[in-house]
Each structure stands twice: as C-alpha cells, then as structure tokens.
Design a protein around this ligand. Sequence first.
Ligand SMILES: Cc1cc2nc3c(=O)[nH]c(=O)nc-3n(C[C@H](O)[C@H](O)[C@H](O)COP(=O)(O)O)c2cc1C
Length: 205
Amino acid sequence: MRSARRQYLLESALMTNPLHTFQAWLDDAKRHGVHEPTAMALGTVDEHNHPSVRMVLLKHADEQGFVFYTNTESPKAMDLDHCPFASLCFYWNPPGRQVRVNGRVELVSIEEADAYFNSRPYLSRIGARASRQSQPLDGYAELERAVASEMLRYPRGHVPRPKNWTGYRVIPQMIELWKERPFRLHERLQYTRTGNHWTEQELFP
Ligand SMILES: Cc1cc2nc3c(=O)[nH]c(=O)nc-3n(C[C@H](O)[C@H](O)[C@H](O)COP(=O)(O)O)c2cc1C
C-alpha cells in the first residue's frame, strides 16, 4: 500500500525502482536547462579515514551502477584503492531535486573503458594522456608542452587510452531522492537494496 505522501513525491510516476526515477529526474533537469546536469559530487575516504569531495561527470547509469572516468593515480583513485566505497550527490535547481547514492566501487571492464575513451574528442583523449592529474604543475606552460608532445606522438587517428585512465562504477546500495518543498518541509525517500530488491523509507526533512 503506497502512502499518499509517496505518491505525491513521485507524482504520477509510481516507480518502485529508484534508478528509473533517477533517469526521469535527470531528463527533467536537462529539460529545465540545468548546466552540467550530469555533474555529481564524489566523496571518498583516504587511509587516515579523512574524507574528500570533488565534482566528476556521470558518463553512464543503469542497473549496474553510476560510471565516471578519471586518472587511476589521482588522489580520488588512491582513496578508492584503499576504501572501495563512495558517495555521490546530484543537485538540480530548478527543479529543486537532490539524489544521493552510496555504494561499493568497481573498475569498469577494459572494453568499456576503451569504448568510452575512443568516443571522446581528439583533444580530450590527448589531454587524458598529457595530464598527471593532481600532481604539482610548474606553470600552465608545462601542461601545454605535455599536450603538444602527445599531439606530435599521435598527430591524428588512434590515440591509445593511457594505462592510468579508466572508469569507476558506483554500485548503488542506497539511493535517496529529495524534492524541494516550501518552508524547507522537503520530501525525502530513501531506498536500500538487498539483492535486486529495493526497500523504501520516507524520512523527515
Ligand atoms: C563540473 C566538473 C566536472 C568534473 N569532471 C571530472 C571527471 O569526470 N573526472 C575527473 O577526473 N575530474 C573531473 N573534474 C575535476 C575534479 O573535480 C578534480 O579536480 C580532479 O579529478 C582531481 O581530483 P582528486 O585530486 O581528488 O583526485 C571535474 C570538475 C568539475 C568542476
């Protein structure tokens, strides 16, 4: 039996799978013209249990999880090596919605990483090769020299995916949908997963 409140939260779309609602909300954010609607905060924890958060772009989402790409030698990747759990947070305004996702993290397959890398524009592929992400940089010219050197090496056509660049998939164990309401009396619906089954729970704002 669904509560009237839950029906209100999800409006006419009575979806029991929060991933379906996520897709509908992401489409809505795009329709509202949200800048970078796939941008999400990614929280990780290092070996001293210190958290870090930064933005990354969602490149794929389905039943398997939420995929982003990065440098495997970056601090976030070091964190994930140590503690393969992450927290994601999307915020779209308008329409005033937040989605939080927590879960275990896995690397995508080599085939998936290659396919996505090869779909990127030439200069993005060159940039991924040239950037030693989060390492000290001796002025922007050093980056420009690294880019020029990769362009000389791969003037056109195939640019191989560097070994230190791949995708990470956050496999959702918890998804929370948050909808803005007047006077900060927001609506929240938290889902937790057991196998393929999602259990839902409304929360106080
Ligand atoms: C909107 C936005 C999207 C970003 N997308 C990515 C991304 O998809 N992958 C990535 O490695 N860094 C991305 N960045 C840069 C990261 O926020 C961060 O600066 C970088 O990955 C280094 O993080 P780390 O030192 O914690 O590893 C993005 C930044 C912004 C503002």
